[in-house]
Design a protein around this ligand. Structure first.
Ligand SMILES: Nc1ncnc2c1ncn2[C@@H]1O[C@H](COP(=O)(O)OP(=O)(O)O)[C@@H](O)[C@H]1O
Ligand SMILES: [Mg+2]
Length: 335
């Protein structure tokens, strides 16, 4: 497959990054794949990642998340644009960058015939971890993921969650400054996902910056200090989960379950000053408002006036999914 490799442009921008609060600085990064069709997988993306944060790249399949991670982990050259990792330049200082990052790719690269211990030992040697320190570090990490009693067992006997946790700490053997996790919980059951989340939070307490990609909204919201929304190669928003939700002009969503409905009441509610929009879906009246608790009494009074029986009431803040739909006009396909 043909890739376009032009040398990255500006090579001096990273030197000043040494003492900067940002550990990653990306400027106008673009990756175009030219096969039968031309695909712009990463499209003029610029952002920075702060030291010590858990930073999420969130977007549907095909958004460009893995491509961006591959560039930042030196596995792939960008078509254009620059990226600095600490004070090092992607495309120029790749060897040094590899020594300060840990990578857990989207598809597992564990050797399932080897034991948990041997997988870590083999990788530790690849990473040139000092032989005198390696053994202790391996036991420390196995303990961290509750796998000490399985250290000698082949990985093929492990559950999906156990394999993922092992693979995550494997990327952590050499105390990296930065850890990249590409879809860390893809394909895991809910219980294992929670365990992996716990693990990621625990690793973050070692002051490591963590960059993870995910197409799960709940994962990004639960783990990440800041989230970059990606869609079709473009960065469409970047902020804390709370701030992202504020981009929606609607403050809250009022949902009222009803027995039967009258067109007149919908019009009456729609005409209320605080109401932004009204939708009816599956016997539920969905009302976008600035403040749910403020509008609720007026809405209920209207329903009573039209003798509409109310079966349920809920007020909820917009979810990240609502934000994504608002920003892109399309939903998020999982899978
Ligand atoms: N090696 C490649 N050659 C050609 N196209 C690719 C290659 N890798 C990814 N793509 C395309 O680039 C786009 C982004 O892919 P990817 O970075 O894997 O997205 P994500 O990780 O967000 O699902 C997709 O359209 C994908 O088909
Ligand atoms: Mg991917």
């Amino acid at each position: 497959m043909a890739e376009v490799n032009q040398k990255t442009a500006d090579q001096d921008t990273c030197a000043s990054a040494k003492d900067s609060p940002d550990i990653i600085r990306i400027q106008d990064l673009t990756k175009i794949f030219r096969n039968k069709q031309e695909v712009t997988a990463v499209d003029h993306v610029s952002f920075t990642v702060r030291r010590g944060e858990i930073f999420g790249l969130l977007g549907p399949n095909g958004a460009g998340k893995s491509t961006l991670i591959r560039i930042l982990t030196t596995l792939m050259q960008p078509t254009s644009g620059t990226a600095c990792v600490d004070q090092y330049i992607i495309g120029k200082d790749d060897g040094t960058i590899r020594s300060i990052i840990g990578v857990c790719p989207q598809n597992s690269t564990l050797d399932i015939e080897l034991s948990a211990y041997d997988n870590l030992d083999f990788y530790g040697n690849l990473l040139n971890v000092d032989e005198t320190l390696l053994q202790d570090r391996i036991w420390e990490l196995l303990e961290m993921v509750d796998l000490t009693d399985r250290a000698a067992m082949p990985v093929k006997t492990f559950s999906g969650g156990m394999r993922r946790k092992l693979e995550i700490v494997r990327a952590f053997l050499h105390h990296p400054l930065l850890l990249f996790l590409d879809e860390p919980t893809i394909g895991l059951d809910p219980e294992s996902r929670r365990e992996v989340w716990q693990q990621i939070s625990r690793l973050n307490t070692e002051k490591t910056t963590i960059i993870l990609t995910t197409h799960y909204m709940d994962e990004a919201e639960k783990l990440c200090d800041r989230i970059a929304f990606m869609n079709r190669g473009k960065l469409i928003a970047l902020d804390t989960p709370d701030n992202l939700k504020k981009v929606i002009p609607t403050g809250e969503l009022l949902e009222i379950g009803f027995g039967h409905l009258d067109e007149g009441v919908i019009t009456a509610i729609r005409d209320l000053a605080e109401v932004r929009s009204v939708e009816v879906q599956d016997q539920i009246l969905k009302i976008s408002v600035s403040s749910g608790s403020k509008v609720l009494p007026v809405v209920l009074a209207n329903l009573e006036r039209f003798s509409i029986p109310v079966l349920s009431i809920s007020i909820r803040a917009p979810s990240l999914e609502d934000v994504f739909i608002y920003l892109t006009g399309t939903g998020f396909e999982a899978g």
